[in-house]
Design a binder for this molecule. Sequence first.
Ligand code: PLP
Length: 362
Amino acid sequence: SKYDRVYNFSAGPSMLPLEVIEDVAANLCNYKGTGESVMEMSHRSKEFQQIIDDAEANLRKLINIPDNYKVLFLQGGGTTQFSMVPLNLLRKSKKADYIVTGQWAKKAYKEATKFGDIKLVASSEEDTYSYIPEVKKDQFRTDADYAYICTNNTIYGTHYPYVPDTGDVPLVADMSSCFLSEEIDVSKYGIIWAGAQKNVAPAGVTIVIIRDDLVGFADEKCPVYLDYKIHVDKGSMYNTPPCFSIYVAGEVFKYLLKIGGIKEMHERDVRKAGKLYDYIDSSSMFKGTVRKEDRSLMNVTFVTGDEALDKKFIAEAKEQGMINLAGHRSVGGMRASIYNAMPEDGVDALIAFMKKFEAENK
Ligand code: PLP
């Protein structure tokens, strides 16, 4: 291809739309005639203010964010949200209810236990997180300050097939690895947050969408950066924001609007993942590792059942320009992360290679 690029199946950081990278490259040294790169630009400049305002407006348009929700562009990655959520939302009973469907949800749960009375409502750990538990409304405490889920479990390749009904208890969702891959009803959540490095931008920015009645409850001892209200009041510019990542995020939002929005993106994602799962299900060598109803469109996990063969597959795929197909170090096997920016050609190439590998290694 034009740039000799590989198909990168990494769980994150991952591929970005080539069109966006090309546009960023074209403006890298002189952003739209400003005479400077966005990398060098003051976050207090009117040019950067326009970049962040457009990014927010386009994100609002893309996923229909209601007016009573604030949008924040923060640093600290997903991991910082694990503590920011309890520090801000444990505001009355100091109780919160967590569903643990993988390592990231478990880390969030553990972090929250430092700050309040945290209940583990359900977990699929006993079955290596290979499914999403069905949790009913009466399993949540009615006086909990919030409930917490991770909607797409990057390491295991599961995705919630439903939105848990938590009644009046605000639902907080980590959507890091499925953000912008499906239409969502923002009004069902108290907070939606997502690290950018999978579907949105280079690492460095974390997007937080928060209902305005949940802002302003951090304790006065809360470190200043960890108080959502500080960032809401200052339009994500209390301190220096991750300017370049915010800029690229904004370009990705424009790109998604241009191709037809989340509906079109989702159709492409369904088609890509559908092909790959269909092949896995028809194969006598490769096996999917999660319950079918709970399969992720973004992270496709599979094994041969033979560790040495898995290793051979991963190594040979790499030689063919398909990189980062190894499963997470904690689970082994294979994981093909096929986020929004993975071209359909990349999935086709992977399937063709799997077929060839299967025929050669019977
Ligand atoms: N949540 C999910 C679903 C993730 O996949 C990850 C990282 O891959 C994280 C949280 C942690 O994010 P970060 O590495 O930005 O702290």
